[in-house]
Structure formats: structure tokens, C-alpha cells
Design a protein around this ligand. Structure first.
Ligand SMILES: [Cu+2]
Length: 195
């Protein structure tokens, strides 16, 4: 009995010690729109879709726009909750309803950064490395300027990449997910400030 309690406690602490727990949130397919149509989630979160109302909604990744994260769920009337999609890589992922051309939505996946020192950060682009064939691309610019520069000069597969601010001030970073020639949109911008 005592031994079993110890094992239980060990498992519990392992779960608590992990990174921020991934959450699942829901988009509602209504007549005829997604709510919310633009959704922003932290890296690693899951999203599902419900169709509680009358009307038939079939939502899918946007078929004719490049999108490295694909899903396609059939959603007949009152079908309840779709399977979840895990958003493990930063970017913005568009989708639409196959039945109603005007029904569009997107899920934007936010990046995070951990400070290394006054001018440097570890920027997280994925919950894990990009799988074979996929890659991350991060870009940066000084706040107030318009042109983005690709960090490291190209794509990478690691979950994180180091950013060294070229000069003092506020810097913006964003990232996207790529698979060959297909790319997601860019994630929301993250701001970091040198000390
Ligand atoms: Cu629809």
C-alpha cells in the first residue's frame, strides 16, 4: 500500500515538473462562421471544433493555400466535438469550411523566448524538433522598422534557436513552419528588450 502511494506521488511530480501544461480550447462552427475566427494559442496547445447548431459544417485546412499542418474533419449537424489538432510549431495556420466558402478561420501559434543575458535569448519555435521534411524559420527586426531578417540566414529543424540582438533596444521576432515549398503564415510577433 505504502509502495503504491509512493509510485503515485512520483508520477504526479513528473507531470508537474514538465513545461507549461498544454491546454485544449474550442472553436465553434456556427451558421455560417467560426467563433473565434482568429485564434491565438501558445506553442503546444490543442484546438478542436464543435458544431452544436443546425447546419452542416465541414472545416478543413485551406486546401489551395500552402499549409504544412493539415486537418480535415467532417462536421455534420450537432456532431459534437471534432478530434483535436496539436499546434506544436509556431506559425499561422489557415482553414476554411468546405460547404460555406465564406467560412474561414486561422489558428496562430505564439513563440516564446527565454533570456540568456542582456542581449541574447533562446527562442522556441517548436515543442520539439521539426520532423523530417519540415523546418522552422524565424525572422527578426528592430521595432519601428519594416524589413525582416531571417535569423541564421535560413530554416532549421531544432526546437529552439539563439537570438543575439544586433544593437540595444526593442526587437520583434516571428516564425513560420515550412514543408518544402509550402509554408504557414507567420506567427504573431514577440517583442524582446535588451537590458
Ligand atoms: Cu460551414
Amino acid at each position: 500500500m505504502f509502495r503504491r502511494a509512493l509510485i503515485g506521488a512520483a508520477l504526479f511530480s513528473l507531470v508537474l515538473a514538465g513545461p507549461a501544461m498544454a491546454a485544449t480550447s474550442t472553436v465553434t462552427a456556427s451558421d455560417d462562421f467560426f467563433s473565434p475566427s482568429s485564434k491565438s494559442v501558445p506553442l503546444g496547445d490543442r484546438v478542436n471544433w464543435t458544431n452544436p447548431a443546425a447546419g452542416s459544417h465541414r472545416h478543413t485546412s485551406t486546401a489551395n493555400v500552402s499549409n504544412p499542418v493539415k486537418w480535415n474533419f467532417n462536421m455534420p449537424d450537432g456532431s459534437g466535438v471534432s478530434p483535436t489538432v496539436t499546434f506544436g510549431h509556431v506559425g499561422s495556420f489557415a482553414y476554411h469550411c468546405d460547404v460555406h466558402a465564406s467560412m474561414k478561420g486561422s489558428v496562430s501559434v505564439r513563440m516564446s523566448a527565454t533570456r540568456i543575458d542582456a542581449n541574447s535569448w533562446t527562442v522556441r519555435a517548436g515543442s520539439s524538433s521539426a520532423p523530417a521534411g519540415f523546418a522552422h524559420r524565424l525572422q527578426f527586426r528592430k521595432k519601428g522598422t519594416t524589413a525582416w531578417t531571417t535569423l541564421g540566414g535560413g530554416t532549421f529543424t531544432a526546437a529552439t534557436r539563439r537570438f543575439d540582438a544586433p544593437s540595444a533596444g526593442t526587437w520583434q521576432l516571428h516564425g513560420r513552419y515550412e514543408k518544402g515549398g509550402t509554408v504557414s503564415g507567420y506567427s504573431p510577433s514577440l517583442e524582446v528588450v535588451t537590458q
